[in-house]
Design a protein around this ligand. Structure first.
Ligand SMILES: NC(=O)c1ccc[n+]([C@@H]2O[C@H](COP(=O)([O-])OP(=O)(O)OC[C@H]3O[C@@H](n4cnc5c(N)ncnc54)[C@H](O)[C@@H]3O)[C@@H](O)[C@H]2O)c1
Ligand SMILES: N[C@H](C(=O)O)[C@H](O)COP(=O)(O)O
Length: 331
């Protein structure tokens, strides 16, 4: 059994702090064993400056398992990071990207069982020429062009946006029947394979108020979403919709489905984060490997203050471990 490979994320965010705390509280929180791909000297500085004073050891992916019980195993990158909490810089972009690429290589080589990512901020990466909207699309590229699907998964709700990191004004033009079908089919397949839900029930939202109210408030439901639902049903997938988004997230409605497929980022992520900010995990479906992440971002506003909570990262590590164990049991 390999460990989980954790990426550095943006070193100016709360990633280092929640990583140290996930390791510090490993017994109380039952944190699965992991190594982080980062800069060991930087991590020693973080540990000291945050007042945590935790042991950090330079590791390889292969000896990390023997180190994890006594110190945080840090597998060094070529890149080094300076300690500057709350001050993101495009100078860190190479190291942030190297960490993701190396972790994917470790997973593909069977050295690590799954990939867990610490949060990145998009803007400093874009400023350095990074061409992908976020991890999700970059991982699709690293997986050889797989069509990745973002799912926010918490105890109360699993929610999937069809369109992801695009301006809201572009959503109606970007939304296609084919993308709704592909996203929903990938969600149904991974709910079966990775989450063990035999016959997943999927609720599909509308785009417009009241799901368009029969065309009176927009025609996307009639022209784009309903044809996708018809196609999904013809494939034997249990789907319902288009549902008005304002009434599909209350407790009774949530009890009737296993995942909600939504038309745009905030339609899915607002209910997911509102219902469980500390427990919800961002998991990428449709990839040939397992990837999870905390649901929150870099939180530059609190970086370096010592108040960041590691809960969502620990939930992401646990979910990755659960999925990797299921996969291993099937092989
Ligand atoms: N997985 C990812 O890589 C990921 C996810 C979401 C956002 N982001 C990126 O993060 C950056 C900042 O995004 P944002 O400000 O919208 O969201 P955010 O999640 O970073 O912060 C939102 C609020 O929640 C607080 N918060 C977040 N995580 C916390 C934690 N673990 N403990 C205590 N408080 C916490 C923050 O202090 C802030 O007030 C953006 O650049 C965004 O693109 C990355
Ligand atoms: N939209 C995601 C969220 O708010 O949780 C986040 O930006 C992460 O996306 P990637 O995993 O694609 O970087």
């Amino acid at each position: 059994m390999g460990l989980l490979a954790l990426t550095s994320g943006d070193p100016a965010g709360i990633g280092p702090e929640i990583t140290l705390k996930a390791w510090r509280d490993r017994q109380a929180l039952d944190t699965p064993a992991f190594y982080i791909l980062s800069d060991p000297v930087f991590f020693e500085t973080c540990s000291r400056e945050l007042g945590l004073h935790l042991p950090v050891e330079t590791a390889t992916p292969l000896d990390a398992a023997a180190i994890f019980h006594r110190a945080l195993p840090v597998v060094p990158l070529d890149a080094q990071f300076a300690y500057a909490p709350g001050n993101p810089s495009s100078q860190n972009a190479n190291g942030i990207i190297e960490s993701i690429e190396r972790a994917v290589k470790d997973v593909n080589a069977g050295i690590a069982d799954a990939l867990v990512t610490c949060p990145i901020a998009k803007k400093p990466l874009y400023d350095a020429g990074f061409k992908y909207p976020g991890h999700t699309e970059f991982l699709g590229h690293l997986a050889g062009g797989a069509q990745p699907v973002m799912m926010l998964s918490g105890p109360e709700l699993r929610a999937v946006p069809v369109t992801i990191h695009i301006p809201l004004s572009e959503v109606p033009r970007a939304l296609t029947t084919a993308d709704i079908v592909e996203t929903t089919a990938a969600t149904a397949a991974d709910l079966r394979d990775k989450f063990g839900i035999e016959a997943p029930r999927i609720a599909i939202s509308g785009l417009n108020p009241h799901a368009g109210e029969g065309g009176a408030m927009g025609r996307e439901e009639i022209e784009i979403i309903q044809p996708a639902i018809d196609e999904l049903r013809s494939r034997g997938i249990d789907v319902r919709g288009p549902l008005p988004a304002d009434t599909m997230f209350h407790p009774q409605a949530r009890a009737s489905y296993d995942a909600a497929v939504c038309m745009y980022h905030d339609q899915a992520l607002i209910p997911a984060k509102a219902l469980g900010f500390d427990e919800t995990v961002n998991v990428t479906l449709g990839l040939p490997f397992i990837r999870t992440s905390p649901d929150h971002g870099t939180a530059f506003d609190i970086a370096g203050t010592g108040i960041a909570r590691p809960d969502s990262l620990v939930a992401a590590l646990k979910m990755a471990r659960y999925m990797a164990d299921r996969k291993a049991a099937r092989i």
